[in-house]
Ligand binder design. Structure first.
Ligand code: 4AD
Length: 462
């Protein structure tokens, strides 16, 4: 079958004027006016093609018009240019094959549905415009990330999913075991993990960073991009139990170089998506978030703010009565604080840096003040935290001291500490929450609508 994809046809339709073409796809709508019918056909491209089916020309006309939305077809016909009409061309069908019928319970027969209803039909929702746009932008953004790092000599690393270490130290890990949960082996009153698959207690990873750092010390610049898992009991619009994280790591780079890379990367990905997904963004700007295009444009053309945590606290203390959670030096900022800084005070992305060491992970570089670490989070309007990162503690003795304070056993991390034993150096890295990036790019306000089968606390389907 010499089939042309609708995306290619939409791009080059003028070339095919008056020629016979074959397209395949699913009917979005079928309108029958007795002797002439109009089928809006879509094969995954953002814009549908209108197929005109005439009783005189198509032998199985009655079979075609009794079909309903969701049915699949293969159509051969003449491409006719229609410069006066809304769509620049249509296909006058000569042959229409019904490939697969739909049925009356196909959920997308109505034109408009609420986003909440669409969330209940994850297997079907991407057949409509909204989720078609979201998942294409997701794909394009992922490609842009790879392109950005590959063009800059970073090496893509696949870090393990199963791990014996809690990178962030927050204890929010999903355990992986083959032990019989109804009959757990015990020793001294505790579960005997020596009988488990790996001979010890293991979990799904919360971050590939620690494993990645070992290869960064071979290649100089690396990135990971894969699924991560957090058993965080946060039932919010920004938290998922399974999400994708992209983690670059750079040797011979301090916190300033880190922020430069983050800003360049975010702007690159936004610009790339704006160029490649123009129709999708126009649609989202019209139906989901009318400020989306202006906001993206603004981000690309303005510098991000770089602000110390201590100064941010001073800013927040000026208006502390506005907040539900009290503000004082040492607190972990809540979403309301982050949003106030980015949406009210600065109205653009803000790098917040040099956090109190007590609220950050063990591997972050301690500053000379003895109180803070060289951590930096990127906060953006509408989302809050998009990226978390830091300059790493490269001094072995200081790192060991911090690990001891936090009760981390040196022997559990000896493989990681090789990076500090052999040729340690100033190095930095960060983690981008990919779903939050997609939310930012699409104006979608709930993480459940940028993952195909979202996994959130208390909810899993498929
Ligand atoms: O700030 P986090 O916890 O950083 C790390 O895991 C570091 N090891 C990264 C690194 O330096 N290589 O997480 C990084 C980002 C957050 O900024 C956020 O965007 C996203 O991951 N994130 C989540 N996204 C969705 N659901 C969750 N439950 C998330 N938790 C974190």
């Amino acid at each position: 079958m010499n089939r042309i994809e609708i995306k290619d046809l939409n791009k080059n339709y003028e070339k095919f004027g008056n020629q016979t073409v074959t397209i395949c796809g699913w009917a979005r709508t079928i309108r029958d006016s007795k002797n002439i019918a109009f089928v809006s056909l879509n094969d995954g491209a953002f814009k549908c093609v209108q197929v005109v089916v005439e009783r005189d020309k198509v032998a199985n006309y009655d079979e075609v018009v009794k079909q309903i939305s969701g049915a699949s077809f293969c159509v051969t016909g003449k491409l006719v240019l229609t410069p006066e009409a809304q769509q620049p061309f249509e296909i006058n069908a000569e042959e229409v094959k019904v490939l697969g019928e739909s049925s009356a319970d196909y959920p997308l027969q109505k034109k408009r549905h609420t986003i909440e209803f669409l969330r209940t039909i994850p297997t079907i929702r991407a057949r409509g415009n909204l989720f078609n746009a979201v998942f294409r932008i997701r794909s394009t953004a992922a490609y842009a990330i790879h392109k950005f790092f590959q063009e800059r000599n970073f090496v893509y690393i696949h870090t393990p999913i199963i791990t014996a270490n809690d990178c962030e130290g927050a204890g929010e890990m999903f355990q992986v075991t083959t032990l019989d949960m109804d009959n757990l082996p015990k020793k001294d009153g505790k579960v005997d993990y020596s009988q488990d698959f790996f001979g010890k207690k293991v979990s799904l990873t919360v971050s590939g960073q620690l494993h990645e750092e070992t290869l960064t010390h071979a290649f100089g610049k690396t990135y990971t991009f894969g699924p991560t898992f957090r058993a965080e009991n946060s039932n919010t619009s920004r938290h998922a139990a399974e999400f994708w994280m992209m983690e670059p790591e750079m040797c011979f780079t301090d916190i300033d170089g880190l922020m430069d890379n983050e800003e360049e990367m975010v702007k690159y990905v936004i610009s790339y998506v704006m160029k490649e997904c123009h129709d999708e963004l126009e649609f989202l700007n019209k139906f989901v978030d009318t400020g989306l295009l202006d906001r993206l444009e603004n981000i690309v053309s303005n510098n991000f703010v770089r602000l110390d945590y201590t100064d941010a606290i001073k800013e927040l203390e000026k208006v502390k009565d506005k907040f539900v959670f009290p503000v004082s030096w040492g607190i972990d900022l809540q979403s309301e604080h982050e949003r106030y800084l980015t949406e009210v005070v600065y109205k653009k992305p803000v790098f917040l840096k040099n956090y109190p060491k007590e609220i950050k992970a063990f591997y972050m570089r301690q500053n000379d003040d003895g109180k803070t670490v060289a951590a930096v989070d990127l906060l953006v309007p509408g989302i809050g935290e998009l990226i978390g990162g830091s300059q790493r503690e490269e001094r072995l003795d200081v790192l060991l001291g911090r690990m001891k304070e936090l009760g981390l056993k040196e022997e559990d991390y000896s493989w990681y500490l090789d990076t500090r034993r052999f040729g340690t150096n100033i190095h930095s890295g960060y983690g981008l929450g990919f779903e939050r990036m997609v939310m930012y790019l699409t104006g979608i306000s709930n993480i459940r609508d940028v993952e195909i089968f979202p996994r959130t606390v208390g909810s899993i389907q498929g």
